[in-house]
Design a protein around this ligand. Structure first.
Ligand code: FES
Ligand code: MG
Length: 592
């Protein structure tokens, strides 16, 4: 560790060649009590990228955790400077939280690049806060460490005199069916939902938030064991303290995101995602982070490296348990241990603690095999994402770990064509159209239909809406059909147990194949070949294409216009397609 190294922050606070500039910077940072001695001491200045606020309830407790981070930084000989990140609340931001991931990324890049910071603690939690902050740290490539906020405690309800787990989001998808059937009223619906949120923290299911925090740890970007500690546990502020301590040494070691997040590390994360039954939002997020580092990664890697991995973690929505159980059973370390023993993880990858992934996790075992299964006794085989292709899109994904027994029996068990299903397409032009017409008897939706939703991709919505897991019409739910096959160019919540075919790229709004589909077309889904086709002649598809008019897109805010003009498709990370200054901004260009 070279503690004599000249640090980046010295360009601001200690540049003898530009005493006037140094004076200007120093003078203003003293006005709340920092001393010149501290700022010119050569100690690492560590940013705390604060994602918590009243608008981002899932991360709000990071405001208290930051105190322990500060204490860790000080004890290790650094100086903390805390600053806000643009809020992203999954369940609060209209039209979509996804719209703001790239905005928060851009904002954080400007901060990390333009201020006197030698390293940064990324406070993560709610879905997009993890990828947005990792994208920025990767782009600027200064030492960075993830501090997850952790999931809420388990939610509970009493049903038939028995305590049952109630998981975030998942309870909404389940209760809306009960509500549609008339089994519960509005009041009961609201009560069910609030039971899933008993404490501070992010979603307690294996939704996008817990998935992305697990993958951040699997990538090597947080201290081992960080991802799953429930937000209210005492281990959480302790982890905040150790994270603060560690980033200071990372600065002296010059251990940067590009040293940790290599292609091998991303492939580790892809495999981990399958084993935990992770969210379908993970592929675009990991892609966007990899793009910032120039690391090669593609949607095909999910098929090649992820699809055959078994499901080890028994958490909702793919299983029964919740984040608190997952933590107590061993969390990410236990899953990484299982995958390392099966030789599916590259143990030579580095992590933020300076050790390798193999050194960190090789001896970790599940403490409760109901919740984290051993590799030899998984919950489900081949549980990763299938990457689907055909004449409706270049790629779309399907989460195989949530294909339940009912779905298999109803749709995939034709003895002549096992794993092949054909259905009549019912096409909706976005969520508003879906809600207006789904219960309309004139559509004659029955159990042989496939629900399709389009114009919900990054450009169409904008941001890409989590709407593909469409409930069937109420009259079908009352007859016991609670799930129909769904296809769409939007996304779905990571808390959903629907085996939809989603993230279709390119999306309909930019002329992807889904734009040509018509209600009553027959669509074939073949899970043996991972293909989806509309059974319509090529000539007819060409005639439809000649007639096709792009939808009229209205930008309600300036950012929506910038976003739509720059965003790439979900298969490419719904990333920003910029010409330059987007990758690996290493050097600070000094004083103006
Ligand atoms: Fe924020 Fe789920 S809504 S983590
Ligand atoms: Mg979500």
């Amino acid at each position: 560790m070279n503690k004599k190294r000249k640090l980046r922050s010295a360009d601001w606070f200690n540049d003898p060649n530009h005493p006037d500039h140094t004076a200007i910077y120093i003078e203003r940072y003293l006005n709340y009590g920092l001393t010149r001695e501290e700022l010119q001491s050569g100690k690492p200045i560590i940013g705390i990228a604060q994602t918590g606020s009243d608008l981002t309830p899932c991360n709000r407790h990071h405001r208290e955790l930051a105190q322990r981070v500060r204490e860790g930084i000080r004890d290790a000989g650094g100086i903390p400077l805390e600053f806000p990140v643009h809020p992203i609340a999954e369940m609060g931001k209209r039209p979509t939280a996804a719209l703001d991931r790239n905005l928060a990324y851009l904002g954080l890049v400007e901060i990390l690049y333009g201020y006197p910071l030698d390293g940064v603690v990324l406070t993560t939690g709610c879905d997009k806060t993890t990828p947005a902050t990792l994208m920025a740290a990767a782009a600027v490539d200064i030492p960075a460490i993830v501090l997850s906020g952790g999931p809420m405690l388990n939610g509970w309800e009493t049903k038939n005199n028995e305590e049952q787990r109630v998981g975030s989001g998942t309870i909404i998808w389940r209760s809306r069916e009960d509500y549609a059937r008339g089994d519960i009223d509005y009041e009961q619906f609201m009560q069910n939902v609030t039971r899933s949120a008993p404490s501070v923290g992010h979603c307690n299911t294996m939704g996008t938030a817990l998935t992305m925090n697990c993958l951040a740890e699997g990538l090597g970007m947080s201290l081992p064991g960080c991802a799953a500690i429930p937000a209210p546990y005492k281990e959480r502020p302790a982890m905040a303290y150790y994270t603060g301590r560690r980033i200071v040494d990372m600065v002296w070691e010059d251990l940067k995101p590009s040293d940790i997040m290599t292609r091998a590390a991303f492939l580790n994360a892809v495999r981990l995602c399958s084993a935990i039954g992770g969210s379908t939002n993970a592929p675009p997020h990991l892609q966007a982070i990899a793009n910032r580092l120039g690391v090669e990664l593609s949607i095909d890697d999910w098929q090649t490296f992820g699809e055959k991995i078994p499901l080890l973690v028994n958490c909702q929505p793919a299983g029964e348990y919740l984040g608190e159980d997952f933590y107590r059973a061993g969390g990410v370390p236990a899953v990484m241990g299982e995958l390392l023993r099966a030789e599916l993880i590259d143990g030579s990858c580095r992590s933020v603690n300076g050790r390798t992934i193999g050194e960190n996790y090789a001896r970790q075992l599940p403490r409760n095999t109901q919740v984290i299964r051993s590799f030899d006794d998984p919950l489900r085989e081949n549980a990763g994402f299938a990457v689907m292709r055909g004449n409706l899109f270049d790629s779309a994904i399907m989460k195989k770990s949530v294909i339940g027994d009912d779905f298999r029996k109803n749709y995939l068990s034709n003895p002549e064509h096992p794993n092949v299903l054909r259905g009549r397409a019912i096409v909706f032009e976005g969520p508003e159209d879906y809600h207006r017409r789904i219960d309309d008897p004139a559509l004659e939706i029955d159990e042989h239909c496939i629900l399709v939703i389009r114009n919900c991709g990054p450009v169409g919505y904008p941001g890409s809406a989590e709407v593909v897991n469409m409930r069937p019409p109420n009259y079908l739910i009352k007859r016991g059909v609670s799930c129909l096959p769904c296809i769409g160019d939007g996304r779905q919540s990571g808390t959903s147990a629907s085996p939809s075919i989603l993230n279709a790229s390119p999306e309909a709004a930019v002329g992807g194949g889904l734009a040509l589909l018509e209600t009553n077309d027959i669509v074939e889904i073949d899970l043996n070949k991972n293909q989806v086709h509309v059974l319509v002649e090529d000539g007819e598809l060409q005639r439809r294409r000649a007639r096709w008019q792009p939808p009229r897109l209205v930008n309600q805010t300036p950012w929506q216009e910038i976003y739509r003009n720059t965003v790439t498709q979900l298969a490419d990370g719904s990333d920003m397609d910029l010409k330059e200054a987007h990758l690996h901004i290493v050097e600070c260009h000094g004083t103006p």
